[in-house]
Design a protein around this ligand. Sequence first.
Ligand SMILES: Cc1cc2nc3c(=O)[nH]c(=O)nc-3n(C[C@H](O)[C@H](O)[C@H](O)COP(=O)(O)OP(=O)(O)OC[C@H]3O[C@@H](n4cnc5c(N)ncnc54)[C@H](O)[C@@H]3O)c2cc1C
Length: 330
Amino acid sequence: TGFDLIKLDNFGEFHNEHPDVITGLEFERLTNAAGPTKGKFVKPSNGERPKKVVFVQCVGSRDKSERGKSYCSKICCMYTAKHAMLIKDKYPDTEVYVFYIDVRTPGKNFDEFHRRAVEEYGVHYIKGMVGKVMPEGEKLMVQAVDSLSGTPLEIDADMVVLASATQAKPDAVALKRKLNISSDLNNFFTEAHPKLKPVETASAGIYLAGACQGPKDIPETVAQASAAAAKAIILLSKKELTNNACVSNVNKNICSGCKACSKMCPYDAISIKMMDIYEHGKVVRKEVAEVNEALCQGCGGCTVSCRPGAIDLKGFTNKQIMAEVDAICL
Ligand SMILES: Cc1cc2nc3c(=O)[nH]c(=O)nc-3n(C[C@H](O)[C@H](O)[C@H](O)COP(=O)(O)OP(=O)(O)OC[C@H]3O[C@@H](n4cnc5c(N)ncnc54)[C@H](O)[C@@H]3O)c2cc1C
């Protein structure tokens, strides 16, 4: 699904409706050779080249209030350093400021990349949040505080670039339901195990790749996508698939068709079907649960939910477990 950036309607203090207050993604388009200005770096308001540019980090990220996202968007520190260096490389006389809470650079050569922006390109990194951006004539007055020295600052910028928080795509919820996979509170899909199964979902045969799982950069996305593709190839390259033998089994004579098992199955492996069942010497037509053994992962959740006791896990039937207990105790 990829990702989206949050809408900035609730961040009125930045005056995002002003043409020269743009998001990182808009900056990316503005400086792209295939973009609307053919890569020429100009102010959208009047086509002039900006001489003073202010980048604001963490707009909506690491923000526990209702308008923001509590998590770190992870990619902004690095792409802002990239944007800042891009400007300085093309137009060295431009003054570039970056306001940040922390600079997070946990990746191979990431810290070196950030240090180049500061030491080689002379980008001014200021620890502190921007309180307000006020349009004043042709300028954008950026009011902030340098939190290390406690000094209030005002910068008359030509352009302001906001690193707005990333978020899950709105259609992720519908897709999650369709695929019967799970997601976290922020609607990013959840992996089966954070360390040992980072590309698998709890549903067999559904794999995750990229920002649908959480904010991540391109190298991480590519690594995860390659792993997901390899996992899919492993499944598809086999003529036959072997499955876990310990799957659920329904005793259709006892099953009342109450649907409790199908509702709780995390793998969507149980369906309720109308069937002819031979009961007490006659054929009865009734609704009963049926297990798709290819989908069942043998978690045993359905066995506990079944009130009439109609479902057992093969290899772990009540009779077998009681026999084991007897063997231990006797
Ligand atoms: C401003 C900015 C600058 C960045 N710069 C860098 C950088 O320099 N280096 C870096 O490593 N990372 C950078 N990133 C991060 C990078 O964009 C992400 O890591 C990457 O895009 C994640 O890839 P993805 O495939 O998961 O998602 P996406 O790139 O969002 O791709 C998902 C694709 O799926 C499509 N899609 C969604 N739903 C459907 C559907 N139902 N059917 C069919 N198609 C669908 C979407 O249209 C989209 O094309 C930057 C991000 C931003 C916001």
